[in-house]
Design a protein around this ligand. Structure first.
Ligand SMILES: Nc1ncnc2c1ncn2[C@@H]1O[C@H](COP(=O)(O)O)[C@@H](OP(=O)(O)O)[C@H]1O
Ligand SMILES: [Mg+2]
Length: 376
């Protein structure tokens, strides 16, 4: 069989999904195949994309169930951090076991480890986690299976080969406040982020209807654009998302962390003033901020350091980073350097994060550098 024919045959199972994403009606396999052959990168990472979506959807379901309980039940006070802990460990176990099933040789850089679930001290927490995990997986998992799955996240990362990075619940403070949080998964190949999936169970699907449907899944593969679909919905229909086209920074809106301990609110305010921005900042937890910029709900995301010591973690940025790029935006650190995901578990070569649409990015970066001049 010729190479070309082989590619066309292997495309068969993907053509309907690709048609959806390309926003063309589902047409003949041959037509889709010829489109894909002319832009051969489009089939790149198709299986990884589908598996990552499945993993994030399953984990998001687990988190959403705990989140609902937390918001509704009077018995759980928001000062009690255990619900988010249970959901966090469970989500990591669920994602890692889905990845193990399909890509058993891929290492994972995950935020959590199983230390707090070990031994007699960890028994109560462990039992709750095992019960929750078993609501979300196809094959029953023992306590040992669950701990092993969590600890598959201990990879050190680096610049060669491929690995995944996972934040099972990003925005734990938002989760506890009943606000925004996200399940974030990305695939890194030779130090470059190639695929990102972010599940945002509490984010309105359409920001112009804040009381409407909640639950967004955003996904991007390098070179293929960024898309959103309804999280855990029957329909797999995807919409392409794009950053805003605001051209004058003074008309921009910016978003930042709710937590002043994660991003310097007063420096952000000085930059906004310098840019002539009069709109109030949108404060939001987690990588939902990247999604807000990627779909044009906001124009700028500023994450300025609060001190010189904190080093950002790759799982807090990898998925959001590729989604912004694929939506037509730009992401760098405060020095204008791209985020470097090849350094292991942290972004040790970077300081802070700036994301914006491409029209205003250079203006925003200049304002950041003027404001922070030699501070870090
Ligand atoms: N001093 C600090 N500066 C920047 N980020 C910090 C920080 N301390 C903690 N974080 C990170 O900020 C993340 C939340 O970001 P945000 O404020 O945008 O919601 C946390 O993720 P987790 O919630 O997964 O622990 C944590 O990794
Ligand atoms: Mg995080």
């Amino acid at each position: 069989m010729s190479g070309k024919l082989q590619i066309i045959k292997s495309l068969g199972v993907f053509s309907q999904a690709c048609a959806k994403r390309l926003e063309v009606p589902y047409c003949s396999r041959q037509l889709i195949a010829s489109r894909l052959l002319s832009t051969s990168h489009i089939v790149y990472l198709e299986k990884e994309r589908a598996v990552a979506i499945e993993a994030v959807e399953r984990a998001s379901r687990v988190c959403k169930a705990v989140f609902k309980q937390l918001v509704n039940e009077e018995t759980l006070t928001k000062k009690d951090k255990s619900p988010v802990t249970v959901a966090d460990f469970s989500a990591q176990a669920v994602v890692n076991s889905v990845l193990e099933k399909h890509f058993p040789n891929d290492p994972i850089v995950g935020e959590e480890d199983s230390k707090d679930l070990q031994g007699e001290d960890g028994r109560v927490l462990r039992e709750r986690v095992v019960e929750l995990v078993n609501t979300a997986v196809d094959k029953p998992m023992s306590a040992e299976d669950v701990l092993c799955a969590i600890d598959r996240g201990q990879y050190e990362g680096g610049s060669s080969g491929r690995h995944w990075t996972l934040d099972p619940i990003d925005g734990t403070k938002g989760f506890l406040r009943g606000e925004q949080f996200a399940v974030c998964l990305a695939l890194i190949v030779d130090g470059q982020v190639r695929l990102g999936v972010v599940g945002c169970p509490n984010l309105p699907f359409d920001m112009s209807k804040p009381e409407g449907d909640k639950g967004v899944l955003a996904v991007a593969v390098q070179g293929q654009g960024a898309f959103q679909r309804k999280l855990n919905a029957d329909s797999e229909l995807e919409q392409r998302i794009m950053v805003s086209n605001v051209e004058d920074a003074c008309n921009a809106s910016f978003c930042e962390s709710v937590e002043a301990g994660h991003s310097n609110h007063s420096d952000n305010a000085k930059i906004a003033e310098l840019l002539g921005i009069s709109k109030q900042s949108v404060r939001m937890d987690s990588q939902c901020k990247y999604i807000a910029v990627a779909r044009g709900d906001a124009d700028i995301y500023l994450r300025l350091p609060v001190d010189s010591k904190y080093v950002e973690k790759i799982w807090d940025h990898a998925a959001g980073n590729i989604i912004i790029h694929e939506a037509g935006g730009h992401v760098t650190d405060i020095n204008g350097e791209p985020l470097d995901f090849s350094k292991g578990r942290t972004l040790s070569a970077n300081k802070g994060v700036i994301a914006a649409n491409s029209n205003i990015f250079e203006t925003v970066l200049a304002a950041v550098q003027t404001t922070l001049a030699n501070k870090y």
